[in-house]
Design a protein around this ligand. Structure first.
Ligand code: HEC
Length: 112
């Protein structure tokens, strides 16, 4: 194997590890405490039925929606304020954390 090829291969492997959508670890990091006020400590027990459950949501969806609140592409007074100061790394960790929780949402897979 030529040295240049090895360097490129190694750079690719390292890059792939750094760039996972899952945050620093697959389980991410616990979100700021304020999020639990409305979305529940585990992302399931929300303040009331009008607040979305976040547990079990795909991490890439949660990353996108938090970035959209931050940029204003998705408009919501409450959530734009919550997302305004989140950095991309925090967003990835929050998203990975919610994705790692099991959701108590039901879907049609239960109906046979
Ligand atoms: C004061 C209550 C409140 C707090 C605090 C709060 N949220 Fe929200 N969140 C909401 C509401 C209400 C919505 C629905 C907004 C909409 O319709 O776009 C929402 C929506 C979201 C969504 C989109 C859900 C979906 O299915 O599209 C995400 C992700 C989210 N919040 C994450 C967070 C995170 C992370 C924090 C903490 C940094 C947080 N929220 C703090 C009330 C809150």
């Amino acid at each position: 194997m030529r040295p240049v090829f090895i360097v490129v291969l190694l750079a690719g492997l390292l890059g792939a590890e750094v760039a996972t959508a899952a945050g620093e670890s697959p389980a991410g990091k616990e979100p700021p405490a304020v999020c639990a006020t409305c979305h529940g400590a585990d992302g399931n027990k929300t303040l009331d039925g009008s607040y979305p459950k976040l547990a079990g949501q795909y991490a890439d969806y949660t990353v996108k929606v938090l970035q959209d609140y931050r940029s204003g592409a998705r408009a919501n007074v409450v959530m734009q304020a919550q997302a305004a100061n989140l950095k991309d790394e925090e967003i990835r960790n929050i998203a990975a954390w919610y994705a790692s929780k099991s959701s108590d949402l039901k879907d049609l897979r239960e109906f046979k």
